[in-house]
Design a protein around this ligand. Structure first.
Ligand SMILES: [Zn+2]
Length: 152
């Protein structure tokens, strides 16, 4: 059964991982993480609406610690808390345009990362914590400040 977290986002798409499927890694969230995912879906609804009601393609949402390790995710990744999502919105524009648009919204995001020019990482703060509003770009190596194109 498809469980909707919000009007346009299902639990399935925020749990789905090809790696988890292939390697038979359990990616079941705890009730606490489910609540975080519901909050994340609510923020994604705002993003979707602000981008002009375009489709949001989620490539990674929740990652259990085992899954995060298997894909080489950051050690303290917010994905493991159900508080981060990687996505694209090609009908809106490039990944960089999408990231910049989202950064201009009053979402209370903790972190937006332009990753490899291929997807936007949107991270929320822990419940009750103050969002940092950090903007970064990542092309491998060090994280770069701001939402920028890959340096030549
Ligand atoms: Zn991410």
């Amino acid at each position: 059964m498809v469980k909707k977290l919000s009007e346009h986002f299902t639990l399935e798409e925020l749990l789905f991982s090809q790696t988890a499927t292939r390697k038979k890694i359990d990616n079941t969230p705890t009730p606490e993480i489910l609540a975080n995912l519901a909050r994340l879906a609510g923020v994604l609804e705002v993003v979707r609406a602000e981008l002009g009601n375009v489709a949001i393609h989620v490539s990674s949402g929740y990652r259990s610690p085992a899954l995060n390790k298997a894909i080489g995710g950051a050690k303290h990744s917010r994905h493991m808390r159900g508080l981060a999502v990687d996505f694209t919105a090609p009908a809106f524009g490039t990944v960089l345009q999408t990231a910049r648009k989202i950064a201009s919204l009053d979402l209370g995001y903790d972190q937006i990362i332009h990753e490899f020019g291929r997807w936007v990482h949107l991270g929320l703060a822990e419940p009750g914590a103050k969002p940092q509003g950090e903007l970064l770009s990542y092309f491998g190596g060090d994280y770069l400040k701001g939402l920028i194109s890959k340096p030549a």
